[in-house]
Design a protein around this ligand. Structure first.
Ligand code: SF4
Ligand code: SF4
Length: 424
């Protein structure tokens, strides 16, 4: 990444030396894990470019938008309705929280046995490493798992924070609570931006976000072909970038990528030969630059053909109904769509079991790797029921718990290779 952005980073009060270290690690990782792949699609060049400018051009775009009076909203969870943010002419960015680099700082104020994702976002803030976080006019938290909601009580002293209440069950009263939260969020965003959200703007933003979901759904349908036309690593990257790129530009480029994949599928060409074991990942989200497990899997003789995850199909599976005839009906449609998210923070969470099994069947996988971040209780405990449901469907599962450190790569490789060998 060019040093022409240094003045911008300095203005954002980043720790320039530590930030340079982060970019160096990111570049090395990306080279080893992504650019070393052979037979990549031309369309991935757009994604390579966006990633190479992740702290450069995109941040400049955010700063330019802010100079014109637009607000930037940062999020950590797929529950935050981007449609509301876009309808108020603001910009939403997913705050990645996928790197270990601020861990030491985070452990000074959080227990060591906190999940890596929480430590990462707190560590990034304390270490002044993330230009997205520093660009935010508002950071939106949510009451999902206990770790996150208690960490926000500390985080609020460091960043402008707003917390949405997410219900824990899916009864009628929970849906009412959530609808009320969508309205409270709308009012907060209107107050922050000074823009009143009109029905026409909301209808338009529902279409923009749905269009992005439709592009990602198309990608997921195409990648399900046999042989798999694109690597799991590349699709994970596409999903990761969907959280911070401009939604309209991103959607256009993903359709171009899909056109190219369609040609590959028609020609029966694969990124890995037919007969390569097909695996699906299921569980916790993998935020940039958390590419460890996909890299381990795809260098162990298997190909990943699906991610049942928030940086995957949990974020793209459901659309918001676009036919709401009034503002109130659109709010209902938003509340209903987001209530369908099958996060392990819900109890009971039977939809997830159904979704995992049907996805495994549709993708014709030979096995599932359940991925849990160490100390994430919701997903670790739910892994038992996921395993049981998959067993009943005749699909083997391997459960892996890890964090962002690279120390266990060899150990993971041994376990994944043994699993691949077993299902081959
Ligand atoms: S796993 Fe749950 S808490 Fe995490 S991003 Fe997804 S919905 Fe939010
Ligand atoms: S990975 Fe688990 S523990 Fe960590 S923030 Fe998400 S739900 Fe919470």
């Amino acid at each position: 990444m060019s040093h022409t952005y240094e003045a911008m980073w300095e203005k954002l009060n980043l720790d320039l030396d530590a930030h340079a270290g982060l970019l160096q690690v990111l570049g090395k990782f990306y080279g080893d894990i992504y650019l070393s792949q052979t037979g990549r699609l031309r369309g991935m060049e757009y994604l390579d470019f966006v990633l190479s400018e992740v702290h450069g051009l995109r941040i400049k775009e955010l700063q330019d938008a802010k100079a014109q009076g637009r607000k930037v909203i940062g999020t950590f969870c797929v529950f935050v309705p981007e449609e509301i943010v876009l309808a108020a002419d603001a910009i939403q960015v997913g705050l990645c929280a996928g790197a270990e680099i601020g861990k030491d700082a985070a452990e000074k104020i959080l227990p060591r046995n906190t999940c890596a994702l929480i430590k990462s976002f707190v560590g990034f803030k304390l270490s002044r490493l993330c230009p997205y976080l520093e660009s935010c006019d508002l950071v939106v938290g949510e009451t999902t798992c206990d770790g996150k909601k208690k960490a926000y009580e500390i985080f609020v002293d460091y960043a402008p924070l707003y917390v949405m209440e997410i219900p824990q069950m899916k009864n009628a009263c929970d849906r009412d609570l959530w609808r009320g939260e969508v309205i409270r969020f709308k009012e907060k965003i209107e107050e922050l931006t000074g823009n009143t959200i009109a029905a026409a703007k909301l209808s338009q933003s529902i279409r923009v976000v749905n269009d992005r979901r439709r592009a990602l759904q198309r990608l997921n349908r195409l990648r399900a072909a046999v042989p798999a036309p694109i690597s799991g690593r590349d699709v994970l990257l596409v999903n990761q970038i969907s959280f911070y790129d401009d939604p309209v530009r991103f959607t256009e480029n993903i359709h171009k990528l899909c056109d190219e994949i369609e040609e590959r599928v028609n020609a029966k060409q694969g990124i890995a030969p037919e007969g390569t074991p097909r695996l699906m990942l299921s569980g916790c989200p993998m935020a940039v630059p958390n590419w460890k497990l996909p890299f381990v899997v795809e260098s162990s003789g298997a190909v990943i053909v699906g991610e049942e995850s928030c940086i995957g199909t949990r974020n793209t599976r459901d659309l918001v109904d676009e036919n709401g005839p009034s503002f109130e009906a659109m709010i209902d449609a938003l509340a209903d769509r987001y209530m369908r998210i099958d996060c392990a923070c819900f109890t009971p969470n039977a939809e997830r079991l159904d979704n995992v099994v049907s996805m495994a069947k549709e993708l014709q996988v030979n096995g599932v790797i359940h991925y849990g971040l160490s100390f994430c209780h919701p997903y670790a405990i739910e892994a038992f029921k996921v395993d049981k449901a998959l067993k009943e469907a005749g699909v083997p599962m391997l459960s892996i718990e890890t964090d962002y450190s690279m120390e266990d790569v060899e150990q993971l490789k041994t376990r994944v290779e043994a699993f691949v060998e077993m299902i081959r």
